[in-house]
Design a protein. Structure first.
Lengths: 373, 373
């Protein structure tokens, strides 16, 4: 293996991928990054027990990459990244014998010990077949609006993932921890149907890696793997097996009271109120509708003090007075997910979940179960 | 106590001062910030066992502060800062009874539990007297060029501080951990003479607080305290007692070989070479002068690999070949302290300390003891 590469483009890719490696991966070789020089460029792979990520630096990047000899090597990612960061100009990268990687510039010569390339786990060979194409910004938005609602406790493993459903030319992202639920759907042409549960750790990596993706992202399903792919970047993740609960049955159909509020104003109020309960037993904040015109937000901590705020509401339909307590973190995260200026709180009775959605968008909703105030 | 204040200017000062409070100060009241409203403004104080910091928001800041009632209160700094950060517009701050601070805006009402103001330690009453005035940028530069060389191990307490010497219209900052030494002096008109050892923790707080100070900083000595003061900000720190070693006797007077190099180029080379020894037993990097024209930098880690670099030197006087090993971290920190483009390494023989200084500046030097290579 031998190639010459521009330091900046090499560093950019290395630093992006190396962040997918957990700090103390076991065995040691899982701290490695696999580099393969081939006829079309240099492909870099990092992986763990859940996913693997593959990025290719194509030969087309003229003047930035020349491959002299094909071959593969696995080297400690952390040191390679820091080294390339500190090296100037153009680098000649070459495998020497079985276990030494040489990196050279005019004045500098580095030899880096490498792992046994045969010992690196084979990434699954996947037959990609038909895929679903989704604009990158849309997929990123849908996932970031829902994934946070998944469970962080693995007593019910299916709830620790993001549910992606492809059906009837729709894609639906949803997540719940059984106390709150987030759902977002979008119309899209689909060639495949089915429901898939992506582990939250993979979802987070997806958001980091594809965050700036302006292009189409193609989603493939292949056995127990789901694949996100753009031209030079691919992420393959295992799926969580099991039956996801039926979410549609949870959504209240006939709310009694609709309260329309300014999204950002309510968010700021809840954020302030949440300050005092951060270190107490609960994260509860109390909301009261007063006289059909005002929303009062209160929270109280016996040690720290009390905060009380009144906000004018935009519109109300139904009851004029009501009171409920909600987990402020759930409410903050739900409100942050909306891009709309106004949202409606749909109230169906005490101890029934509150449905939050914009008036203008029927494809995005959050559901939060109240707590005893 | 009652005053009205613009949220932004209040937040700025609170957030600056609250960072001087250590995360888990004991007793609890030491997590507090003391606010005093008086006829000239509002003064905020934070303190610990080493130093106290006092900042005044003056009444002159027109429209930003109005004092209605004088008085004092101590409230938990962390909550006050986060609260003021999240509140909008103009705040009315008022002490209610003995132990409740009320903060109000039109729509929001907060009550914050306060500490017993009598229980807050009295800051020492200092008779400031004569002081030495030093331009802020100069004092900051001198301290940042030397303080890092102090010892982090407290077997010899005097070495864990920065030595500030005022004599013969000079101010000298110096620090050593007995393996390296940093010294910087500057001409300045002085009214007081003496040597003072400032604890490193106080030095770090000084650098954070006065970092952006473009004005004159006045230094006062008052008993066992040293005071840094600008118009509205003052920091009072205890001094370390004891005799500091005589530093001038350590500086080699007649070096055998002078090697002039480009500061930033050598720094980059040492920084690269240090990559591999970061996790090994030592931080050593080997420097070799070859043929009176080239400097070879090498470092080696049995596990990771080897890095080797050659740099042209600018000038050499004395021997044509020599070899020495230095702690790369000490060398990196010393080189970073120079603003000059070129520095000279003064070599006095194997196992004698290396003196590093710019040709153009006789008032700034670093000394590093070699290690066995």
């Amino acid at each position: 293996m031998k190639f010459k590469i521009d330091r900046s483009s090499f560093y950019e890719v290395l630093s992006e991928l190396s962040r997918s490696i957990s700090a103390k991966a076991e065995p040691q070789i899982m701290n490695g990054i696999k580099m393969t020089a081939h006829s079309e460029g240099v492909t870099l792979i990092v992986s763990n027990h859940l996913f693997f990520v593959e990025k290719t630096i194509p030969l087309e990047a003229k003047g930035q990459l020349t491959v002299y000899e094909t071959g593969s090597v696995v080297v400690p990612a952390k040191y390679l990244v820091e080294l390339v960061k500190k090296l100037p100009g153009e680098l000649t990268v070459e495998l020497i014998g079985q276990h030494k990687l040489s990196i050279k510039t005019e004045e500098i010569s580095v030899v880096l010990s490498s792992f046994d390339v045969e010992a690196y786990p084979n990434t699954p060979v996947l037959d990609l077949g038909k895929g679903v194409q989704i604009p990158g910004p849309l997929l990123n938005e849908m996932i970031s609006q829902t994934a946070f609602a998944a469970s962080s406790i693995d007593t019910r493993p299916v709830l620790t993932g993001l549910l992606v459903t492809l059906q009837e030319n729709k894609i639906i992202c949803a997540a719940t921890n059984s106390h709150r639920l987030a759902m977002r759907e979008s119309e899209i042409e689909i060639d495949i149907e089915g429901s898939y549960i992506i582990p939250l750790a993979s979802v987070k990596e997806f958001m980091r890696l594809f965050n700036s993706s302006k292009d189409l992202i193609t989603v493939y399903i292949c056995g127990n793997h789901l694949v996100f792919k753009t031209l030079n970047l691919a992420m393959y993740t295992r799926l969580i097996e099991g039956n996801y609960p039926n979410l549609n049955s949870l959504i209240p159909a006939h709310p009694k009271t609709l309260i329309t509020v300014q999204t950002s104003k309510l968010l700021k109020g809840i954020d302030r109120a949440s300050l005092f309960n951060r270190e107490s037993r609960n994260n509860n904040v109390k909301l009261e509708l007063i006289n059909g015109s005002t929303l009062k937000i209160t929270s109280y901590s016996p040690d720290l003090g009390k905060i009380e705020e009144t906000q004018q509401i935009i519109d109300v339909y139904g009851e004029k007075e009501l009171s409920l307590s909600l987990n402020s973190i759930f409410l903050i995260e739900a409100l942050k997910a909306f891009t709309e200026e106004e949202v409606t709180l749909n109230y169906s009775g005490s101890m029934r979940p509150i449905l939050i959605k914009p008036n203008s968008n029927k494809r995005h909703l959050h559901l939060i179960s109240p707590v005893r105030g």
